[in-house]
Design a protein around this ligand. Structure first.
Ligand code: UDP
Ligand code: MG
Length: 320
């Protein structure tokens, strides 16, 4: 029930936003939402119109009469050949013009770029993005901290950014994020993607660092596709694989001190279900594209990190 309520609230919130338009959203978030809407808009135009006068012009100018000139009450129809010639030629001209116009249109379309194509905000040749995935408690955050220390990545945790936005005074997404996190549900992608893109832009402007570990994202296929389309294609996915029993043990332990609203037995159960049903398809999607580096994360952190380094070097070379 609570899960459905969160979904309903998310939907209402997004609908309100799209109805209110720019002024209603925080300016940062809004700037990101605009292109999505534009991409889906269709232009319609009508260039030909049928007016009463144009219809009138198509009427015969005079009624034909077969009564005049008849002999002995018999009607003589006009010669058939001249009549059929008059009807035939306009059709030929119309078909020729129509086909010519159609061919011209097709040829022009071939040379035009597709109108719905979006260029990502950051080029993957300049900006490195590694997605870091794994179940709740798989050890993503712990491993990211080590990679930041040794390879100068900037660590962006989607969950941390959402919690920050939730606590930001005046955020209109606060309650929505709170409900989703508590229920182990995925926050609507527009919010998360906007937060990530803004954080990346801020980092590049402030520090010039263009290497990012994006932790705990994408958790759903739509997020993955949209992020790579509008923000930046990822170089690869670092996937930490851990059995549920081990993850549960870690989360319950962490819950004693973390203060997180979702580190309790009930939320953990929901998060596991979301992970299996919604997030694992994302991992499988990237596996099919050969873009996944998988590391078993049951051993102690140092051992997992050593394996992470070996695997990343194999995939990206020594200087990743
Ligand atoms: N979350 C989300 N979208 C994301 C990432 C996180 O909606 O892209 C929400 C989701 O409710 C998740 C919670 O944030 O359960 C906590 O995410 P976090 O990554 O902090 O959890 P972890 O996997 O590290 O335990
Ligand atoms: Mg985490």
């Amino acid at each position: 029930m609570a899960a459905t309520a969160c979904g309903r609230q998310a939907w209402r919130q997004l609908m309100r936003n799209s109805c209110r338009g720019p002024a209603a959203t925080p300016s940062k978030l809004l700037r990101q939402q605009q292109p999505y809407r534009l991409a889906f808009q269709r232009q319609t135009s009508s260039t030909t119109r049928t007016t009463p006068s144009s219809l009138l012009r198509q009427q015969p100018l005079a009624q034909r009469s077969y009564s005049s000139g008849s002999q002995g009450g018999q009607q003589t129809p006009p010669p058939r050949s001249s009549n059929s010639q008059i009807k035939f030629w306009p059709f030929v001209v119309l078909i020729a013009l129509g086909s010519g116009g159609y061919m011209l249109l097709i040829n022009r379309r071939k040379t035009m770029p597709p109108t719905t194509q979006t260029t990502p905000a950051f080029s993957p040749s300049e900006v490195t993005v590694l997605f870091v995935l794994g179940g709740p408690g798989a050890g993503k955050g712990t491993q990211c901290a080590r990679l930041v220390r040794d390879y100068q990545f900037t660590h962006l945790s989607a969950g941390d950014l959402l919690r920050e936005e939730q606590d930001r005074p005046g955020s209109q997404y606060g309650q929505l994020i709170k409900d989703c996190i508590k229920n182990g549900e995925i926050v609507p992608m527009e919010v998360t993607i906007a937060l990530l893109e803004n954080a990346m832009r801020d980092t590049i402007t402030r520090t010039g660092n263009k290497k990012f570990l994006i932790d705990g994202f994408p958790r759903k296929m739509d997020q993955a596709l949209k992020f790579e389309e509008v923000v930046c294609p990822a170089k690869l996915v670092l996937f930490y694989d851990c059995p549920e029993a081990e993850m549960e043990k870690r989360l319950l332990e962490r819950g004693k001190t973390s203060g997180r609203a979702d580190d309790n037995a009930e939320s953990i159960r929901k998060r596991f279900r979301t992970f299996v049903e919604t997030s694992m398809p994302v991992v499988h999607h990237y596996e099919a594209e050969n873009r996944v580096v998988k590391v078993i994360s049951t051993p102690p952190p140092d051992q997992v990190y050593a394996d992470t380094q070996v695997q990343l070097k194999k995939a990206l070379g020594d200087k990743f």
